[in-house]
Design a protein around this ligand. Sequence first.
Ligand SMILES: Nc1ccn([C@@H]2O[C@H](COP(=O)(O)OP(=O)(O)OP(=O)(O)O)[C@@H](O)[C@H]2O)c(=O)n1
Ligand SMILES: C/C(=C\CO)CCC[C@H](C)CCC[C@H](C)CCCC(C)C
Length: 324
Amino acid sequence: MQLRAHKQHQCTAHAALHAARQPAALRRLPPQPLPSQRRHCLGGTACPSRRNPQQDQQQQQRGAQAPAALPEALALIEASPGRDVAAALLAAGGSLLLVKFFDTLERMGWIDKKLSRKLVHTLAGPGFLACWPLFGAAPYSRFIAATVPALNMLRLLLVGSGVVKDERTVAAMSRSGDRRELLRGPLYYVAVLIAITTIYWRTSPVGLIIASLMCGGDGLADIVGRRLGGGNPLPWNREKSWAGSAAMFGGGLAASLSLIWLFSGLGYFEAGMPAMGLTVAAISLAATLVESLPVNQTVDDNLSVPGVAAFLGILFLQVAVEVL
Ligand SMILES: Nc1ccn([C@@H]2O[C@H](COP(=O)(O)OP(=O)(O)OP(=O)(O)O)[C@@H](O)[C@H]2O)c(=O)n1
Ligand SMILES: C/C(=C\CO)CCC[C@H](C)CCC[C@H](C)CCCC(C)C
């Protein structure tokens, strides 16, 4: 999987030299046009691309007829608070629908309570990150995006503390039906999402890796482990299994690489393969080992897994790359 810089306009000698000094897994890109400028480039003027000259010539001809106002309109949309608010409302609505959907399946008897809760755990985080490209490129966009997990945190605090009565939310988010459970695992979960949204946003794969391992990895470990882990317990923790840990590693790695592929394909950063793949695999393995330890009664998985992923992600990958 070759992930290379996406539609670079010009890689100056300085930028190339600078980029060459970056870790192989992650390359800083020379200053790139904003996505809208790239669209501008595609819509209005010739710009280098991976397509053949004939396609570019056709594109230029089509582009020549595009209204001159299009690029400016795109640039306005690109950095408009309205776009960010619309994206946040969409993601917030999606989170309500996700919980409602699986809660309904559980109430209809199609899935059990544990599976319903774990499917929400597994899908909510990656689903939220998949919404990030909908937001604009303004400096404040990440903070508007963070309001989505923040509103969910407020909901958990109000329901978990008993200020607001919401039996369905308690049923959907807790193992035992005790509302106070919402103030632990689920609260840590949304706190991690707030942190990676405001600290890393789209500028680094570290936030993608943290969320993928906490959500996709840890969620699948439970789902697969409960079903296939009966005969293959881990020697150091008989409550967990090789099947569950394999699902944790595979699910976390696949989710991480999928999001990195998407975000680097959108041009937010460049992921140098195969170094990036090997780095993510090493981080996933370490997180899987931590998750398998018999300590989750003391340290919640929603803290230990993101913690080890963040530490190793910062250690092995540059935290910030040139924002496009
Ligand atoms: N590596 C793993 C992880 C989990 N499991 C299975 O999934 C169940 C629940 O896993 P656990 O991580 O302990 O989930 P909880 O922390 O109890 O639930 P939650 O993560 O939702 O808080 C375990 O008892 C085990 O059957 C497994 O087999 N192997
Ligand atoms: C039960 C959970 C964790 C315990 O280990 C999951 C808690 C889920 C959160 C309360 C809801 C989080 C929603 C996301 C911030 C936004 C998702 C949007 C997307 C479009 C689905």
